[in-house]
Design a protein around this ligand. Structure first.
Ligand SMILES: Cc1cc2nc3c(=O)[nH]c(=O)nc-3n(C[C@H](O)[C@H](O)[C@H](O)COP(=O)(O)OP(=O)(O)OC[C@H]3O[C@@H](n4cnc5c(N)ncnc54)[C@H](O)[C@@H]3O)c2cc1C
Length: 456
């Protein structure tokens, strides 16, 4: 494809979604830069969470030629066990096996910093020159002709569009809102603080396996107002432990080491496996953080020449492992729409008009909104069921589901749609597409995929 020499995207944020956008934009022939406020794009020793990569994202990674590398740094989980907070097993689940059955491939657990290093390292040298660390975006102006982005160090970037991949507390989203309100005080805009935290979470990892833990082990704990998840990789073990907050908040709270210590004092005795408590994992930790888990979905994914992706659009807890995977889909769909926009341009030397850009953004939101909404709802529901939000959550989770094999049906009903509704890059070939009992609903250009009842 001949790309428009006048079209340039400014991606704000070089997190795991910004780096995925670098890959898909590069493959689509879309000129871009990434502005990242941190001083490095992929730091090897950084702590952080694990990320579960779901079958739909593995399918995309195969298209990008990255699947083998991701599988090499990742681990598939064996069937897991659910325990009470005093360590009594009461249920089992096999999400990797269910994914293999439904989609023809399981899911892979990776360390987030390693994933980011892999994504960064896999970009060609000339593309990496387009990634700028140490650039914190402060303001955005839009005109009929383009965008002007200013950073706190005085640097100015000009382009055709801004893609906000700058996380849950997005500056780009703030700028987009301000621009819309300047045009009209009655403009339909996103809430200033659109996400609400009802839970907070201690999460971390250990580099040597805690006693009795082997690669591929998966443990869940469900309790009253609390829940946890432990996943063991071949080298690292990740743990996440959440607690319901006394009251929901929209604020961004920064917790201190003292806050972590008092969390441990309050809940360290709770089990995460049948033998290990949260305290045991904390003692063995290499990294550990405490954060509020914001949740929600914005109403307006774009305005003017600005569009949002990833955690800037939707925020989910870790419970369904869909946050990053959902953002990857934003990037894929946006890339397809922008690529189509450029392909349809007959004059590649003329700038693409603002109205055409806005139409492409509209198609992006049209495709993504219902799928993201469903994923966010599923995440909220499962988060609350696991933390026994009401007596009927406790009763269903503790007594009904284990006896009826209901967890697999819940997985089928609430998590399969996000996978089978997922899109791939329409303009790249797919070799060896995985296939399971539930067909994918979208393929590359020219594919004739069947729709399956009950998945749309
Ligand atoms: C404990 C935990 C476990 C999780 N587990 C999973 C999982 O298993 N599976 C899954 O799919 N998801 C998981 N997630 C969610 C996942 O981590 C997020 O969805 C993902 O990180 C979102 O990526 P992002 O790039 O949109 O945002 P972020 O990761 O927040 O990155 C945003 C980037 O933008 C930069 N930035 C911010 N402001 C500016 C600015 N003004 N100028 C320039 N740059 C800026 C930031 O420095 C950052 O690098 C988990 C999250 C947590 C907390």
């Amino acid at each position: 494809m001949t790309t428009s020499h006048r079209f340039r995207a400014i991606i704000v944020g070089g997190g795991p979604i910004g780096l995925m956008a670098a890959h898909t934009f590069y493959r689509a022939g879309i000129d871009f830069v990434i502005l990242e406020r941190r001083n490095a794009l992929a730091v090897p020793e950084a702590g952080g969470a694990g990320i579960a990569i779901m079958p739909n994202t593995l399918r995309l990674l195969a298209q990008l030629g990255l699947l083998e590398a991701v599988e090499a740094i990742g681990t598939h989980m064996r069937p897991g066990t659910v325990v009470t907070s005093d360590g009594r097993p009461f249920s089992t689940l096999d999400t990797d096996g269910w994914c293999s059955e439904f989609h023809g491939t399981g899911w892979v657990m990776v360390h987030r910093p390693e994933l980011m290093q892999l994504l960064y390292g896999a970009l060609p040298d000339e593309i990496r020159q387009h990634l700028f660390p140490g650039k914190e975006v402060e303001t955005i102006e839009t005109t009929e002709e383009g965008v002007v982005v200013r950073c706190t160090d005085g640097c100015v970037e000009r382009g055709s569009i801004v893609v906000g991949a700058d996380g849950a507390h997005s500056k780009v989203r703030d700028c987009m809102r301000r621009i819309a309100l300047q045009e009209s005080s009655n403009a339909a805009v996103n809430e200033e603080k659109p996400f609400v935290a009802t839970y907070r979470c201690v999460f971390g990892h250990t580099v040597s396996p805690p006693p009795g833990i082997n690669p591929g082990d998966e443990w869940h704990m469900h309790g009253s107002g609390i829940s946890s998840l432990l996943l063991a990789g071949s080298e690292k073990t990740w743990f996440m432990f959440s607690q319901r907050l006394p009251k929901p908040t929209r604020e961004r709270r920064r917790y201190t080491k003292q806050d972590i210590n008092s969390f441990m004092g309050e809940l360290g005795h709770a089990h995460c496996t049948s033998t290990l408590t949260l305290n045991d994992l904390y003692q063995a930790r290499t990294s550990c953080y405490l954060t509020d888990l914001h949740e929600g979905l914005i109403q307006h994914f774009h305005h003017d020449r600005i569009v949002l992706v990833g955690d800037a659009v939707n925020k989910q807890t870790y419970n369904t492992g869909q946050g990053w995977n959902t953002g990857v889909q934003d990037v894929v769909v946006l890339t397809n729409k922008l690529r189509a926009l450029m392909e349809n341009e007959t004059n590649h030397d003329a700038p693409i008009s603002k109205s055409k850009i806005q139409a492409a953004f509209g198609l992006y939101q049209r495709d993504r909104y219902p799928v993201v909404q469903q994923a966010v709802k599923a995440s909220m529901m499962l988060t609350r069921t696991e933390a026994w939000n009401h007596w009927y959550d406790w009763f269903t989770d503790r007594h009904v589901l284990p006896r009826t094999g209901g967890l697999k049906r819940i997985y089928r009903a609430f998590l399969v749609p996000a996978n089978v509704n997922a899109q791939v890059l329409e303009f790249l070939e797919e070799n060896n597409r995985p296939s399971g009992t539930i067909p994918w609903l979208h393929g590359t250009k020219g594919d004739q995929l069947k729709t399956s009842p009950g998945t749309d």
